[in-house]
Structure formats: structure tokens, C-alpha cells
Design a protein around this ligand. Structure first.
Ligand code: 2U9
Length: 365
């Protein structure tokens, strides 16, 4: 048998292999269990000792050079494949950056950030609490009696089961329970705003079953309606970024405040649209109801664990969605919660434009 010729033939085939798959097929053909060279090795067993001594080294040398050639060719093919991949993956750093999809801040989140910024400047902290409440924190503590229409099933989403203490469970209908919890947990004095989701079984063009409220609570000694009016005026001027905001306080009724006042803001009609600013009594002007407020009812102060002879306070509430619509000009509340990406892009805010009092609270849409 001409081992030299077998060797030359094998090495030529290995050198000619153009890819790793072909090379592997050759390896199996030569050195695999049924391979030709493996077959030659098996013949050694049946040889006479002298013959084996003569032929053995030749077959082993053949196997050695074929496996070396296979390894070398494998290295070469792998290096070539890597070089080709790297050539295809080069990055031209002089090209402009590709378009990256960018999210935007929802107007409700934007207004919440603006509120936090404005009220922080007046010494208010932001308080939050559970959206699933019991009827004492949502109604009882706020002096809303069993017979009050707000308690009727058609306004409130109740859960089928009561809590461990036999209290009815519900989705909070306002953020007021947050302030009750704050009074009980931290005592007085208090200066907080409570923004968040609230739920009412109500649905039409101007009402959604879930909407957003912000309420504020100040408890201290000697607090009176003058503090309330200054606070709301300062807030509205900062929020609408106008110095000519004029308030009108109207007597009203809420179970949790006494006296209660509704707060109207003067507007002018400019180009068919209502623009806040100036007295609503001027010709071509009007008043728009924007907030509810009042001095905290003595019973509510007591429910919060404080002595109403020692501590007084004021509270207010407003719809965040409505504030956003007035400031940023949307006309349909329902679109706020549709999740339509085009609406979000149009009315959303750049995440890098964080509202600050110095930089402006949300003018760059
Ligand atoms: C505590 C004591 C008093 C919060 C208040 C209003 C008046 C009010 C409405 C505005 C529009 C709700 O979103 S809306 O429908 N809110 O008119 N809210 S005073 O009074 C409180 C809250 C908590 C402990």
C-alpha cells in the first residue's frame, strides 16, 4: 500500500475544503469510527509482528499528518470567517445617529410634576395612599353620612367583600383618605398635596370612571380663609404662568369643610376661546369654576386624631385632567385614557423638560 500517495491525496482534499462543513465531512471520512485511516489502523491487529513494526509507524504518521492538516485548515477557515464578519460589522462613526423611538410624558404626569414643583416651593410635601380604601377613610372620617348621595351605589365602586373589621371596601372616590391617613400618622402641623387616581361610576364626554385629583391640606394654629385664598391664588398664577389671574370665592357646601367655598377664575374670550386672566366681570369676560375648598370641618379634624380647638386648617380639591385640558388645550377628556400613540406624541412632553419654577412649569410641549 502506498501510504505516501494516500497522504498526498488526503492533504490535497483538506487544502481544497472551502468551508467548515466540508472539512468536517473529510475529518469523519478519514478519522471517524468508519473512516479510511481508522480502517488502516484496525488492520494492524491482524499483522505479524515484523510487518506491524514496519507498517505501524507509517499508518500512525499518516494519521498524524492528516489530523494536523485538518486542524490547520480549520484554524484558517475560522480566521477567514471571523475576518469576513468583522469587515461586515464595521461602523461608520461619521454617519448621523439612527432614528430612535422616544417616549413622551403624558400630560397628566406632566401636570402632577408641575403641581409638586409649585407646591414644594410653598412648603408642601406630596402624600400618596391606597386606591383601594375602606368606607371609614373614604366617607366616615370625612363627615359624609350614610345618607349622602355620594355614598349611593351608583357613584362608588364597591368590592363584594368587607375587610377584617367589617368595613365595606371600595375604590377611593377622592384622594381625601390620603390626608386622613397623614393626619393620623404624622399629626400636626401638616402641609401636603395628595395627587392621584380616583374612581366614580360615571361615564360621558366630561366624566371617565377613573380620573385624577389633587387635593391639598394645611393644618396649623390660627389658619383662616385668607391663607386659603393666598395659597390658591399663588398656585394658579404659577400654574397658568400669568400674573393677572383673578379669583372669585363663592359660598358652597361640602360635608368635609365649613365654611366651604367654590373658587372661580376669571376668563376672557379671545378668538372664540376661553383664556384665563382678568376679572370675569369685565365685558366679554366670564367666571369658570376651577376648585372646591374650605376650612376643614371640626369633625374631620377630630377624625384625624387632632383637637379642633387647638388646630385649624384649610383644604382644597381640583381635577388634574381638567387643569391639564385648560392649560394645554385638549377638548376631549376620554382621549386622555385611550392610549393612542398619535395623541400621546402630540400632547406628550419631552422627558428631558423637567418642570422647574426657574425654567418654567411646562411651557415647551
Ligand atoms: C381632608 C379634609 C378636607 C378636600 C376638598 C373639594 C373641596 C372639592 C372637588 C374638586 C373637583 C373634587 O375633582 S373634583 O370633582 N373637590 O371640591 N375637595 S375641599 O377637602 C378635604 C380633604 C381632606 C382631611
Amino acid at each position: 500500500m502506498d501510504y505516501a500517495a494516500t497522504r498526498e491525496d488526503a492533504l490535497a482534499q483538506i487544502a481544497a475544503a472551502q468551508d467548515l462543513g466540508t472539512l468536517e465531512t473529510l475529518r469523519v471520512g478519514f478519522l471517524g469510527k468508519q473512516g479510511s485511516i481508522s480502517g488502516l489502523l484496525k488492520t494492524l491487529g491482524g499483522m505479524l509482528p515484523e510487518e506491524r513494526q514496519q507498517v505501524g509507524p507509517q499508518i500512525h504518521a499518516l494519521r498524524e499528518s492528516v489530523s494536523e492538516a485538518l486542524a490547520a485548515r480549520k484554524d484558517a477557515l475560522e480566521a477567514a470567517a471571523l475576518a469576513q464578519r468583522l469587515a461586515g460589522e464595521t461602523v461608520d462613526l461619521t454617519l448621523p445617529a439612527p432614528e430612535a423611538p422616544r417616549g413622551s410624558i403624558h400630560p397628566v404626569s406632566q401636570v402632577m410634576d408641575e403641581l409638586a414643583e409649585i407646591f414644594a416651593d410653598m412648603g408642601f410635601a406630596v402624600a400618596t395612599g391606597p386606591e383601594i380604601e375602606d368606607d371609614w377613610h373614604n366617607f366616615g372620617a370625612l363627615n359624609i353620612p350614610e345618607s349622602h348621595p355620594a355614598r349611593a351605589m351608583h357613584d362608588t365602586f364597591y368590592f363584594p367583600d368587607q375587610d377584617g373589621e367589617g368595613r365595606a371596601m371600595l375604590l377611593r372616590t377622592h384622594t381625601s383618605p390620603v390626608q386622613i391617613r397623614a393626619m393620623l400618622a404624622q399629626g400636626a402641623p401638616i402641609r401636603i398635596i395628595a395627587p392621584g387616581r380616583v374612581y366614580r361610576s360615571d361615564s360621558d364626554a366630561t366624566h371617565t370612571p377613573m380620573f385624577h385629583q389633587v387635593e391639598g391640606l394645611v393644618i396649623d394654629k390660627g389658619i383662616h380663609l385668607g391663607h386659603l385664598k393666598w395659597t390658591l391664588e399663588t398656585f394658579l398664577k404659577a400654574f397658568f404662568e400669568r400674573d393677572d389671574i383673578v379669583l372669585r370665592l363663592r359660598p358652597s357646601y361640602f360635608p368635609f369643610t365649613e365654611p366651604s367655598v367654590e373658587v372661580d377664575v376669571g376668563f376672557a374670550i379671545v378668538g372664540g376661546k376661553r383664556v384665563l386672566g382678568g376679572s370675569g366681570d369685565a365685558p366679554g369676560h366670564g367666571w369658570m369654576e376651577l376648585l372646591g375648598s374650605g376650612m376643614v370641618n371640626r369633625k374631620v379634624i377630630a377624625a384625624g386624631g387632632l383637637d379642633p380647638d387647638e388646630w385649624q386648617g384649610f383644604a382644597f380639591g381640583a381635577g388634574i385632567d381638567r387643569l391639564a385640558m385648560l392649560k394645554y388645550g385638549m377638548d376631549d377628556l376620554r382621549a386622555f385614557f385611550d392610549g393612542d400613540a398619535r395623541w400621546n406624541r402630540h400632547y406628550g412632553f419631552n422627558p428631558n423638560d423637567v418642570p422647574t419654577l426657574s425654567g418654567g412649569v411646562g411651557t415647551a410641549a
